[in-house]
Design a protein around this ligand. Structure first.
Ligand SMILES: Cc1ncc(COP(=O)(O)O)c(C=O)c1O
Length: 498
């Protein structure tokens, strides 16, 4: 199709798209293959300010690159210098090495750009989302979650915010039925509190800040040796809030906390919340995917007692970012987060029709067709295939923990419950600060070499090296090599310090 302006013709040229698309897919397939085979470095470390100056060029006024040049730029500069996410020695963040078929679905989502705020701006995108949400709710519990529902959001942080907005609206109107906090604001409210595990993701405190409650409104509940929320500490904190006449808007438990992957005692917390009429939110961004595994599902026993659950697709469901679900046991609650009108969008529809206009229930107005990739993955591989990925990741973490325990110069933080393993190098350090600095230096030494990528975490003043084992192609040999590298780096760092 020709436009009178040649540049516009070129921009929308379907033939060019097909030609370049084929080449791009070939390029990406080779990149994927090489990554999985571990052929390159995991990370080509460069000092950020140096890299920044390399990418600081004047804004092009006219074409500065042709399609072939764009492919070259991708293959020579962009792809090799990104973090190699499918590399077996990439063990850093809780970010999936995405399923290639899901990545293809994201291309469809990009080109078709279904805005999704209202049904007519993405009819099938809406249906796919409703289907995926129903599947996820059924995985939580087919019986007690049969009236459940929710939406997909761009990330777990936003999903936590959405759930806590609902919790606030529901809990405050329970405490004072004539109040409408969404409309009136928080000024008239008594002190509102969130009781959350000390290991809650920072998005929980951030949500409190965003909601105008102040981050101090989040009361951190201690965890035990295995990183699990201490139910007695929760009860004590609850009692103190009651004595202070504070309104609790939610109890937040982790199903796979960020630092260690530990799963809180969901059954006990859920029963306590039910008994005391408290909103129970489970942040399962990381670990809710254990529901897909016949072996590990039991670890989440009690999750169905939750009023709301957050579950990330781009973690253990191996989706490209971002796709998260915020799910409510009672679907009607999902309308409580954003009780606001936008007449140009929602034209006095009946409540039933509103169910198809998703932006009633999410912060986003325009959002991506996020469900396609999840729908495709479940359709292609079933829960059996998706669960196999979880089994593989959790088994690898167990193996790695055993290897760490078998070596005297390493300390394992705890037996992993999911796929996060924390450990540290042991030495006769003169104090904790020195021990912590050494772990940090070891990690910097290794990640800057490009041999492995992993993270670190500070817990109660102690720094731990932290691996998240996501990649099904990571071998036992890779895990042994990491420990050997850490030991070598420890010596190298010592000699550099001398
Ligand atoms: C437990 C937990 N909740 C929430 C989040 C935030 O999720 P996202 O990065 O998808 O916004 C994370 C991220 O790692 C997490 O570990």
């Amino acid at each position: 199709m020709k436009h009178h302006n040649p540049i516009i013709t070129e921009m929308f040229d379907a033939k060019q798209f097909a030609k370049m698309g084929h080449q791009l897919i070939d390029l990406l397939a080779a990149h994927l293959d090489a990554n999985i085979a571990g052929k390159s470095k995991v990370l080509h470390w460069k000092i950020p300010s140096v890299e920044d100056s390399n990418w600081n060029v004047p804004l092009p006024q006219t074409s500065s690159i042709n399609p072939k040049g764009l492919l070259e730029k991708l293959s020579q500069e962009i792809l090799p210098n990104n973090l190699a996410i499918h590399h077996p020695k990439n063990m850093g963040h809780q970010v999936a090495c995405p399923l290639p078929m899901a990545a293809l679905c994201d291309l469809v989502a990009s080109l078709t750009n279904q805005a999704m705020a209202v049904y007519e701006a993405g009819p099938i995108a809406t249906m796919l989302e409703r289907q995926v949400v129903r599947w996820l709710c059924a995985l939580i519990n087919e019986t007690t979650w049969h009236n459940a529902g929710g939406v997909l959001t761009s990330g777990g942080a936003q999903a936590n915010l959405t759930a806590l907005l609902v919790a606030r609206q529901v809990s405050t109107s329970k405490a004072n039925p004539s109040s409408n906090l969404w409309k009136d604001g928080i000024a008239q409210q008594s002190a509102l509190r969130i009781l959350a595990s000390e290991h809650a993701h920072y998005s929980v405190s951030r949500a409190a800040g965003l909601m105008g409650l102040g981050t101090d409104s989040v009361i951190k509940i201690a965890t035990d040796q295995r990183g699990k929320l201490d139910v007695n500490a929760l009860k004590t904190a609850h009692q103190t809030c009651l004595e202070n006449k504070e309104t609790i808007i939610a109890v937040v438990a982790n199903a796979g906390c960020t630092p260690t992957g530990s799963i809180d005692p969901l059954q006990a917390i859920g029963e306590y919340c039910q008994g005391h009429n408290l909103w129970f939110h489970v942040d399962g961004a990381h670990g809710a995917s254990a529901l897909l595994s016949g072996i590990h599902r039991e670890k989440l026993s009690g999750i169905a007692l939750a009023d709301s659950v957050v579950w990330d697709g781009h973690k253990l469901m191996y989706m490209p970012a971002a796709v998260s679900a915020v799910l409510f046991k009672n679907e009607q609650h999902s309308y409580a987060a954003f009780s606001q009108d936008a007449s140009y969008l929602f034209q006095g529809n009946s409540h039933e029709d509103e169910a198809f206009n998703l932006s009633y229930r999410t912060l986003e107005c325009t959002k991506r067709m996020m469900a396609l990739k999840l729908w495709a993955a479940f359709s292609l591989y079933g829960t059996a295939g998706m669960g196999a990925l979880v089994d593989e990741a959790f088994a690898k973490a167990k193996t790695f923990a055993e290897k760490i325990q078998a070596q005297s110069h390493f300390e394992l933080l705890m037996k992993p419950e999911t796929n996060i393993v924390c450990f540290r190098y042991l030495h006769a350090y003169s104090n904790q600060a020195q021990a912590n600095k050494h772990q940090n230096d070891i990690r910097q030494h290794i990640i800057q070499s490009g041999a492995f990528h992993f993270t670190q975490v500070d817990l109660h003043g102690v720094t731990w090296l932290r691996t998240t084992l996501m990649n099904p192609f990571t071998t036992e040999q890779d895990l042994e090599e990491l420990l050997a590298r850490v030991a070598l780096a420890a010596q190298a760092v010592f000699s550099m310090a001398k």
